[in-house]
Ligand binder design. Sequence first.
Ligand code: RIB
Ligand code: CA
Length: 316
Amino acid sequence: MPTSRARKIIIDTDPGQDDAIAILAALGRPDALDVLAITTVGGNVPLERTTENALMMVELANRTEVPVHAGCAEPADRALVTAEYVHGPTGINGADRPTPTTAVAESHAVDAIIETLETADDEGVTLCVLGPLTNIGAVLERRPDLTPKIAELVLMGGGHFEGGNVTPSAEFNIYVDPTAAATVFASGVPLVMMPLDVTHKALTSPERIAAFRALGTEAGASAAGMLDFFERFDIDRYGSTGGPLHDPCVIAYLLEPEIFSGRHCNVEVETQSELTMGATVIDWWGATDRAANCLVMNDLDADRFYALLVDAIARL
Ligand code: RIB
Ligand code: CA
């Protein structure tokens, strides 16, 4: 169970194999992370499936005391775009887990996040955002007064030197809900961003996947099975040697921030042009006088990253 010195976090997510690995890693480290809630959003697959997948992961981690709240099924101002072509029809193909029996929590994710922030102590709560920012944008729109209770918001999303992965200029999480993303980047909340520029350096490999399987546990086998399925899309698309393990970068940053490196930049989101909709305009070279609003990561120690994830999942 979480220790008193553990950092209080909420994981907002659209599982997705990479989300699932991030959830397992977070639940494997109650010494460092107190997961107050998992909140789901429509993204990689529709909300019903992302919610079932999150329930599957808390059961696999034997941490069913962590509530899973279902959130927004789609953005407020556009239709949902999903990514079954990457993640498979279930969203976590390869997990090979039984249908969960744990009930989803009653309150909507947005209400749950608001209530958690309202009652948080002065240290606040860290938001770990692994999917489209629809839920978080709704929280900030409804209750901007609660931003002081957000200790930090660490998100996977966007891209700069790496461009996009759903259009030439936009990464999936931002592309699905650019309006919500723009609200987050304009909020003044302390932001840490894990764009494709860093996640594309966190590639799976046969050896790295084998390390999960070698744990000899159900969680290790499920993690390896998900990664075997997940990596094929990026290998085919980019000709890379493995798949980028995007979302666990968020959890790894909370556990060992020194694994990552980057710089404070101004980041804004394109919400008008259809051609570049959802692009994150990262002023990496300080070409404008726009104030820095985000710590943008662009590199990591990939070996330490994978060792951290295997160790966390080994503890489940
Ligand atoms: O572009 C990668 C991101 O989109 C990851 O969070 C993945 O899970 C999908 O949500
Ligand atoms: Ca995700």
